[in-house]
Design a protein around this ligand. Sequence first.
Ligand code: CP3
Length: 352
Amino acid sequence: MSQTHSHLFLDAIRNKPIERTPIWIMRQAGRYLPEYINLKNKAGGFMSLVTNPELACEITLQPLERFSLDSAIVFSDILVVSEMLGINLSFVENKGPMFDKTIRSERDLNSIPTAEFEVENLEYVFKTIKLLKNELDGKMPLIGFIGSPWTVATYIIEGNSSKKFTNVLKMLKENPKLLHKILDVLAEISIQYLNKQILSGIDVAMIFDTWGGLLNDEDYKEFSLLYINKIKKSLISKDIPLIYYIRDTGKKIHILKNIDIDMLGVDSSTDIGIIKRTIGNSFALQGNLDVEVLKQEEGQMRQAVENILKSYNSPSGHVFNLGTGITPDISPDKVRMLIDILADISPKYNVK
Ligand code: CP3
């Protein structure tokens, strides 16, 4: 393990003094970049990139070559963890993820070889991390990530990106015991997978709980947060900062204010200042520009960035990001504009 220790992004997470607000962008390596589309077409699709460490490394670096971003994030997906269960993942163009098996019954669960999970099936991710650490050479931190057990379960139980969540919500009502068994398995493999990413060299760990906000407060605590806490307790290194991202952040902040993490990813539906005043200095915040602002003119963008910095209103503990992943309809020029605007106006909000 050779982690990067000193960097603006890490200082912001640790609430240390910073001279400007750092920025990275969720899905920063993706379809809004022509060089990404080119390489993806050549390779034959998204999974061909993800499973080839040299190509995954190259794709990770593409946005860093174009823009002054403050962190790299491993090019992969939260759903590859299914391969530890022998469930094959594919991505169908314009349809999203598809699995060759779903887990909807005790029998489905029993058919999975749970005695020994195959973390080796994800060797391509660990190789990508090692290649990246070499390329980044301590100059830039690297984020590794997993999906939350709840969010990954919504896909594995549905079998695709249905967005209706019919089967998983039915299981929650009718067979919560089975759902907990599935979540236990997903938590166990996620711990193994994230710890191996740490051993391979990531500097920051992130958990994406995109669909945590779908649950009411009691269900959220029982079916999502419980497993987040379990993962946090099982991490092999206490020095690796943990970022937790959940959509509908505002609706869950009364629960989240006590969570043991280093930084919370905030979506765009809430004023970041309200979140900041609720949590005090308990942990850092990341976010939360609405991706739609990247379709607007410079003046409007400047105003939106200023509003976030003003509302956050504290000299450290903030990493700028969008509230969701960047979408394919955004022009790369607008990303450059955003980064320039932030570099221009954020120093007056910081102390160093
Ligand atoms: O942020 C990064 O640049 C790192 C890579 C990354 C991807 N997915 C690459 C990707 C990360 C961190 C993710 C997380 C992820 N994946 C989440 C949680 C965050 C979020 O976006 O809410 C979820 C729910 C997934 C599952 C997933 N992956 C879906 C539903 C889809 C299809 C819809 C879509 O946005 O395309 C993906 C595909 C995916 N994952 C792409 C990328 C770059 C697009 C692939 C392509 O067609 O080129």
